[in-house]
Design a protein around this ligand. Structure first.
Ligand code: RP5
Length: 170
């Protein structure tokens, strides 16, 4: 099996449904990944050991999803210089705003690139964009993917001014 380039980590097995959008997107880009459920709160020692091995195992990007008091992405970012992309889980009590604020409000020097609440697919696209700087095959797939987004549907009226070229269908 190919060496995983991305570690998709989540705080609970209850996050798997939301995070599947990330693993599906990585599969679409043919990017090898591994999935791990490990809680920053329930198993901090194991998390420390796991993160310490990532660089040695040549994993290049971490996508970390967590909910509520969502410290997992930030703790991972504190333990590694690899880029960490945080995915705030939607939550039943506070709608995921709790997760978002927990992930995004990192101190200077320990950034977590944070996507939207439930934005696991975008986390995978961003991971691919980071990997594409080094891996030309991934960069090529990204260009194709971005081109596939260019269909002129749903463009807000405010964008239909002089500044924007709109490609019309024949
Ligand atoms: C976080 O708490 C997890 O990331 C999850 O989103 C949330 C709830 O976890 P469970 O109580 O469902 O295990 O640690």
């Amino acid at each position: 099996m190919a060496r995983p380039l991305v570690a998709v980590v989540m705080g609970s097995s209850s996050d798997i449904g939301t995070m599947s959008a990330a693993t599906e997107m990585l599969t679409t880009f043919n990017i090898p990944f591994e999935e791990k459920v490990i809680s920053a709160h329930r198993n901090p020692k194991a998390l420390n050991e796991y993160v310490n091995q990532l660089k040695i195992r040549q994993v290049e990007v971490v996508v970390a999803g967590a909910g509520k008091a969502a410290h997992l992405p930030g703790v991972i970012a504190s333990l590694t210089a690899l880029p960490v992309i945080g995915v705030p889980m939607p939550t039943s009590d506070l709608g995921g705003l709790d997760s978002l604020l927990s992930i995004v409000q990192m101190p200077t020097g320990v950034p977590v690139a944070t996507v939207a609440i439930g934005g696991a697919a975008n986390a995978a696209v961003l991971a691919a964009q980071i990997l594409g700087l080094k891996h030309p095959a991934i960069a090529e797939r990204l260009v194709e993917y971005k081109e596939s987004l260019a269909a002129p549907v749903g463009i807000p009226e405010v964008m239909l001014g002089d500044k924007f070229d709109v490609i019309e269908d024949d």
